[in-house]
Ligand binder design. Structure first.
Ligand code: ZN
Length: 157
């Protein structure tokens, strides 16, 4: 069933809208390796083979060596990082998220490189005590068969 199809309740002849599905990643040539690794619960980041600079999303120009045609490889990273910022999502701006709000999105600087940042859902929930500089570790939200997206959980000392 697609998000637009509706079902009919026998006791109520009016159409009952089905819950909309969450959007899922649609990999392209540049991102296929990223999503394939995520499906295996491995975080990989594009890296310039010339200078070693990581980049997310994969860049058209490498910010490390400034080459306009960077050769990129996807390299596994630790998934460990530091919270730089966060926001609490209280409205579902996309279909399929209504049951999830409120939830927290964290802006994480990964340990591999300064300014290597990734945004993901914080699985600890909207009431988690959160501070700038808190340590987090990647986990994965399984959205369906072969589809997972990175998320983060707090690492408490
Ligand atoms: Zn480079």
């Amino acid at each position: 069933m697609t998000a637009c199809e509706q079902t009919t309740d026998v006791a109520n002849p009016l159409p009952v809208p089905s819950a909309p599905a969450k959007p899922v990643p649609v990999p392209d040539d540049r991102s296929a390796a990223y999503w394939a690794a995520a499906a295996q619960h491995t975080l990989v980041i594009a890296r310039c083979t010339r200078c070693g600079r990581y980049a997310l999303p994969p860049p058209l120009v490498c910010t490390g060596c400034l080459t306009y045609e960077p050769e990129l490889e996807y390299a596994p990273v630790s998934g460990q990082g530091t919270v730089r910022s966060w926001t609490v999502m209280r409205d579902a701006f996309l279909p399929g998220f209504q049951a999830d709000v409120p939830f927290v999105l964290v802006d994480v600087e990964l340990d591999e490189e300064p300014e290597l940042r990734i945004i993901g859902r914080l699985v600890d929930g909207p009431d988690a005590e959160l501070h700038l500089g808190d340590r987090v570790s990647v986990v994965f939200d399984d959205l369906g068969p072969g589809v997972a997206v990175p998320a983060f959980e707090l690492v408490r000392a």
